[in-house]
Design a binder for this molecule. Structure first.
Ligand code: ATR
Length: 285
C-alpha cells in the first residue's frame, strides 16, 4: 500500500549530481519551522531521464507539486515548461518550477536571490552606476539580469574567454560590455560594484591580484561563491578596507519564492537558518 499522504505537498530538487545540494536543508528547515505537512527531496535525474521525469510531473503520477532544477537542467527545462516568465526567458534558464492547473510554470529566482541578499546585507548597494562582473559562465547571467533590473547603467563582464563575455553582452544589450580578464584592474578603477562569479583563487588556482581601493567611494565587492564564505577575492578586498558581502544569502534568498509557490507561505531568511548552513559547510566541505 502507498503510505504517502495524498494531501502532503511534495517538492523536489533535480540535478546530476544532486547529493551535494544544500536546498533540502533550507526547505526542510522552513517546513519544520512552519509545522507544514510537506516534503522536499533530492532526486538524481540525468539529462536523458529529464523528459520522463517531466512527463510524470505533468500528469500528476509523480505526486510532486514542483521543485528546483539545478545543473545540468537549468536551460533544458525551459523547453518543457508550458509557461516561463519573463525573468526566466531573459536569463535563458530556470531554477524553479511548479504546476498550475496541470501546466508546468517556470521562473528563475537567482536574480532575486542576488538582489535580496545585498538588500539585506549591504543596503544601498544598487545606488551606483557601474558594475563589474568577473566570469561569464551560467551563473553570471542571473547576476547581469539583476544588475540591469536595479538600474546599473554600465555592466562590464570580464572573462578569461572573452568570446563568452561577448555572447552575454549581445544577449543583454548596450548597457553590457565584454572584456578580457587582462582589463580587470583598469575596469575596477572608479567602479561601484564588483561581483565575482568564478571559482578563481580556489582549489589551487591563482586569484588575480587587484587593487580595489581605486573603486568609487562606498564601493562594494561581493561574491556569489559561498564555499568558503570568505573567498580569496573577498579576503583581498577586506584587507584593503573595501566593503564586502558574501554569497551565502543569495542561496538562502533564491529559495524563498519557490517555497512560497509549493507550500503557500512566504518563509523568512533567519540568522538561525544561516547558521545551520554554515555549520553544514563546516562539516561537509
Ligand atoms: P558556472 O555555470 O557555475 O558559472 P562555468 O560555466 O564553468 O560555471 O563558468 C565558470 C567561470 O569561471 C567562467 O567564466 C570561466 O572562464 P572561461 O569562460 O574562460 O572558462 C571562469 N574560470 C574558471 N576557472 C578559471 C581560471 N582558472 N581562470 C580564469 N577564469 C576561470
Amino acid at each position: 500500500m502507498d503510505k504517502r499522504d495524498k494531501n502532503q505537498r511534495r517538492a523536489f530538487v533535480i540535478g546530476d549530481p544532486i547529493s551535494h545540494s544544500r536546498s533540502p536543508l533550507i526547505h526542510r528547515y522552513w517546513l519544520e519551522a512552519a509545522c507544514l505537512d510537506g516534503s522536499y527531496d533530492p532526486v538524481a535525474v540525468t539529462a536523458s531521464d529529464l523528459p520522463a521525469f517531466v512527463s510524470a510531473l505533468k500528469d500528476g503520477s509523480s505526486g510532486f507539486c514542483g521543485g528546483n532544477v539545478t545543473l545540468p537542467h537549468k536551460e533544458a527545462i525551459l523547453e518543457f515548461a508550458d509557461e516561463a516568465d519573463v525573468t526566466a526567458r531573459e536569463i535563458g534558464a530556470a531554477n524553479t518550477v511548479w504546476l498550475e492547473n496541470g501546466r508546468l510554470m517556470a521562473t528563475n529566482t537567482d536574480s532575486h536571490g542576488f538582489s535580496a541578499n545585498l538588500d539585506e546585507t549591504a543596503p544601498g548597494w544598487d545606488k551606483g552606476k557601474s558594475a563589474i562582473v568577473l566570469g561569464a559562465g551560467g551563473a553570471c547571467r542571473a547576476i547581469v539580469h539583476a544588475l540591469l533590473a536595479r538600474g546599473f547603467s554600465s555592466v562590464a563582464i570580464a572573462n578569461r574567454t572573452e568570446a563568452r563575455a561577448r555572447v552575454l553582452a549581445d544577449r543583454f544589450g548596450p548597457r553590457v560590455s565584454p572584456h578580457g580578464i587582462e582589463s580587470l584592474q583598469e575596469l575596477v578603477s572608479g567602479a561601484d560594484l564588483f561581483v565575482n562569479t568564478t571559482s578563481l583563487g580556489m582549489g589551487g588556482t591563482e586569484a588575480p591580484l587587484l587593487d580595489f581601493t581605486v573603486m568609487a567611494e562606498g564601493a562594494l565587492v561581493t561574491d556569489i561563491v559561498y564555499v568558503p564564505l570568505e573567498t580569496p577575492l573577498l579576503a583581498m578586498a577586506k584587507r584593503q578596507g573595501v566593503a564586502t558581502a558574501d554569497g551565502l544569502g543569495m542561496l538562502l534568498h533564491q529559495a524563498v519564492p519557490g517555497f512560497e509557490k509549493w507550500f503557500g507561505l512566504r518563509p523568512q531568511v533567519t540568522p538561525e537558518l544561516r547558521q545551520l548552513l554554515i555549520a553544514d559547510m563546516e562539516t561537509h566541505t
